[in-house]
Design a protein around this ligand. Structure first.
Ligand code: HEM
Ligand SMILES: *[C@@H]1O[C@H](CO)[C@@H](O)[C@H](O)[C@H]1NC(C)=O
Ligand SMILES: *[C@@H]1O[C@H](CO)[C@@H](O)[C@H](O)[C@H]1NC(C)=O
Length: 319
C-alpha cells in the first residue's frame, strides 16, 4: 500500500515536471541539436537587410503577426491553397505582410546545417531579434523550442491583430488578451521606429484628425490622395526621421504629434500612456531594456511545445 502510494506520488510529480518543462521555451533549446542555428539565421538576415534596409522591419512585424494569432506557431507563414485558407490574405496581412522569401532563405540555410530540427516559428523569433540588432537596436537572448502549427486562421488574424484605427482602450485590451501589459504595449509599439505603412492605413488620420502636426499632415498628403482607392498602396515611413534605424525617435514623433497611424498617436493623446512615451523619449536605454523584455514576453505567447505541432520542412506548408 505504502509503496504503491509512493509510486503514484512519484508518477504524478513526473507528469507535472514533464508537463511544465515541455511547455517552457529555453535559450539553449538547440545547443546540442543545432548549435549553428544563430549564425545561419544572422547571416541570411544581414544579407537580406543589406539588399533592402526595410526588410528588417518586415521580418520584425512577421513575428508580431505570428504571435498574436493563436500564439507564436509559424501559422502566418502557411500559403493559401485551393483547400486551405491561411492568414496571409487576412486584412492586416494582405498586400502588407512581407519577407516570406527571406524566411524561405533562412529556412534553407538552417536546413543545410541541421535538417529537420529548427521550427519556422523559432526562425521568426530569431530573425526578429537579428533584424532589430542589425538596424542598431537592443539585443536579447531568444527563447526557443516552439513548434509549428498544422493549421492557421484567417478569422483569428482579422480579429486578433489590432487595426490602425484602434483607440487606446482597444490597444490595451488587445495586448492584455495576449498577457502583455500596457507598459509592454507602449514599448513594443516602438517597433514603429522602422518600416513603412500604406496610404490606406493612415489616410483618415492625415485628412481628418486634429491631434496631428499640420505641416507633417501636408507632407503625408502629398503622396496619399484623399480619395479612397487612389494611391492606397503608396508608402510612407512610420518614423519620418530615421525609418531604417532602430532608435527611440518614435516617441519623439508622438510628442510632436507626428505619429503616422491613428493608433500610434493614441499613445500620446492626453491619456494614461503619455508619461511612458515621455520617459522613453528622455531615456533611450530604458526603452531599449523594456523593448527587449517585452519582445521576450511576446515570444512566449502560447507556443506549441513538446509533441504538439511539428517542425515544418517547408515553412509555407504543413509536412
Ligand atoms: C500597437 C498596435 C499596432 C498596430 C495598430 C500596428 C499597425 C501597423 C500598421 C497598420 C502598419 C502598416 C501596414 C501597412 O500599411 O502595410 C504597421 C507596420 C509595422 N508594424 Fe505595427 N502595429 C502595432 C504594433 C506593432 C508591434 C507590436 C510590432 C513589433 C513588435 C510592430 C511592427 C511593425 C513594423 C516593423 C512595421 C513596418 C513593416 C514594414 O515596413 O514592412 N507593430 N503596423
Ligand atoms: C488580397 O489582395 C489581393 C490583391 O493583392 C486581392 O485580389 C484579394 O481580393 C485580397 N484578398 C482578400 C481576402 O481581401
Ligand atoms: C473611405 O474609407 C474609410 C475607411 O475604409 C471609410 O471609413 C470611409 O467611409 C470611406 N469614405 C468614403 C467617402 O467612401
Amino acid at each position: 500500500m505504502a509503496s504503491s502510494t509512493m509510486a503514484l506520488v512519484i508518477l504524478s510529480l513526473l507528469v507535472v515536471f514533464l508537463g511544465s518543462s515541455s511547455a517552457q521555451l529555453s535559450t539553449s533549446y538547440y545547443s546540442k541539436t543545432c548549435p549553428n542555428v544563430f549564425s545561419a539565421v544572422k547571416s541570411t538576415v544581414q544579407s537580406a537587410i543589406s539588399n533592402e534596409r526595410r526588410m528588417g522591419a518586415s521580418l520584425l512585424r512577421l513575428h508580431f503577426h505570428d504571435c498574436f494569432v493563436n500564439g507564436c506557431d509559424g501559422s502566418i507563414l502557411l500559403d493559401d491553397t485551393s483547400s486551405f485558407t491561411g492568414e496571409k490574405t487576412a486584412v492586416p496581412n494582405n498586400r502588407s505582410a512581407r519577407g516570406f522569401e527571406v524566411v524561405d532563405n533562412i529556412k534553407s540555410a538552417v536546413e543545410k546545417v541541421c535538417p529537420g530540427v529548427v521550427s519556422c516559428a523559432d526562425i521568426l523569433a530569431i530573425a526578429a531579434r537579428d533584424s532589430v540588432v542589425t538596424l542598431g537596436g537592443p539585443t536579447w537572448n531568444v527563447k526557443l523550442g516552439r513548434r509549428d502549427a498544422r493549421t492557421a486562421s484567417r478569422s483569428a488574424a482579422n480579429n486578433n491583430i489590432p487595426p490602425p484605427t484602434s483607440n487606446l482602450n482597444r490597444l490595451i485590451s488587445s495586448f492584455s488578451s495576449k498577457g502583455l501589459s500596457v507598459k509592454d504595449m507602449v514599448a513594443l509599439s516602438g517597433s514603429h521606429t522602422i518600416g513603412q505603412a500604406r496610404c490606406t492605413s493612415f489616410r483618415a488620420r492625415i485628412y481628418n484628425e486634429a491631434n496631428i502636426d499640420s505641416s507633417f499632415a501636408r507632407t503625408r498628403q502629398s503622396n496619399c490622395p484623399r480619395t479612397n482607392g487612389s494611391g492606397d498602396n503608396n508608402l510612407a515611413p512610420l518614423d519620418l526621421q530615421t525609418p531604417t534605424a532602430f532608435n527611440n525617435d518614435y516617441y519623439q514623433n508622438l510628442i510632436n504629434r507626428r505619429g503616422l497611424l491613428h493608433s500610434d498617436q493614441q499613445l500620446f493623446n492626453g491619456g494614461s500612456t503619455d508619461s511612458q512615451v515621455r520617459a522613453y523619449y528622455n531615456n533611450p536605454s530604458s526603452f531599449n531594456a523594456d523593448f527587449a523584455a517585452a519582445m521576450i514576453k511576446m515570444g512566449d505567447v502560447s507556443p506549441l511545445t513538446g509533441s504538439r505541432g511539428e517542425v515544418r520542412k517547408n515553412c509555407r506548408r504543413v509536412n
